[in-house]
Design a binder for this molecule. Structure first.
Ligand SMILES: [Fe+2]
Length: 311
């Protein structure tokens, strides 16, 4: 790093002392036995559709999740196959959401928290109740496109990565809400979920990088405002996990004490025959993740290749 960059960064850090607090969440449990407080299933990129027997296959996945005895399900977006393309009619949008509702009825007694994926929005029906983000919120039963909640001592922040002009970043209003929300929950270990990864290496591996670089990574692979997030995380050590999907590849990045888990798609290769003749996308099989969260802010996770296990 150049020296002038270092000075600039130190200056930035000094300007954000309001965010700097000790790890209250972790010290609160000092001297107490480590305990598991939550078990979570993370599904993402379900891309549910009537084709390829997808509904029956997704139901098998949900039945496995039910047997896993999870406390809640986090749904990382792209719940339906695709409503965003220009040739999509309302009948198709309704058909896709009907597949979704039919499937998730299986787990209706398990709380599910969702975020919006880029393929969920129908942009063709201006004026219709299913149009755009309000239409998706209605289908998923959400009040807002970003929100947070507490559960068993942990804090959860659900973000909307779908910036109207530059996908893969938060607009000013959401960003200001996010910083405020983090500041007011510094006593709890925190998990953030977004559709696009905040930080991931899949932008390199999913493309064909130039041999001599530099690598070009779009916001849909790696949030464009990641440096702003890192700045906030550096002053809020209670941020433990950033969950995402979108890429359909399984990737884990650990940086500055934060784990960035970009999980594989529940639909694998959009339910279609993938690279392996089954439904893998490149190296990643269809799956979901199980996470155990503990009262000291630690966690463990496992990617469940449910289709392989069922066969
Ligand atoms: Fe996506």
């Amino acid at each position: 790093m150049k020296r002038r960059d270092l000075i600039k960064k130190v200056g930035l850090a000094a300007g954000t002392i309001a965010l700097n607090k000790p790890m209250a969440a972790m010290s609160a449990v000092n001297g107490h036995k480590k305990q598991k407080v939550l078990r979570i299933a993370h599904i993402t990129d379900v891309h549910i559709r009537p084709e390829y027997n997808a509904v029956a296959r997704f139901k098998k996945c949900l039945e496995m999740i039910r047997k896993d005895n999870v406390d809640l399900i986090l749904n990382g977006g792209d719940s339906i196959y695709a409503a965003d393309y220009s040739d999509i009619k309302k009948e198709r949008v309704l058909e896709l959401w009907s597949c979704w509702k039919d499937s998730v009825a299986l787990v209706k007694d398990i709380p599910m928290y969702s975020v919006l994926g880029n393929h969920d929005m129908w942009w063709q029906g201006k004026g219709d109740e299913l149009f755009g983000k309000p239409g998706v919120l209605k289908m998923l039963g959400l009040q807002n496109n970003y929100y947070s909640f507490d559960k068993n001592g942990w804090h959860f922040i659900m973000l909307d990565s779908n910036h109207p002009k530059t996908p893969g970043m938060l607009d000013d209003e959401q960003w200001n809400w996010f910083v405020q929300d983090v500041q007011s929950h510094q006593d709890k270990p925190t998990l953030i979920m977004s559709h696009y990864p905040l930080l991931s290496c899949t932008g390199i591996t999913d493309n064909k990088p130039e041999a001599i670089g530099p690598f070009k990574v779009e916001g849909s692979y790696n949030h464009l405002d990641i440096m702003k997030f890192i700045e906030v995380f550096n002053h809020n050590k209670n941020i433990r996990i950033c969950l995402s999907g979108h890429v359909h590849l399984l990737d884990k990045v650990w940086y500055n004490g934060v784990s960035y888990l970009c999980n594989g798609a529940t639909s694998g290769f959009w339910w279609e025959p993938g690279d392996d003749g089954k439904s893998s996308y490149k190296q990643t099989e269809p799956g979901y993740s199980l996470l155990n969260l503990y009262n000291d802010g630690s966690f463990d996770d496992e990617y469940i290749k449910y289709e392989t296990l069922i066969k």
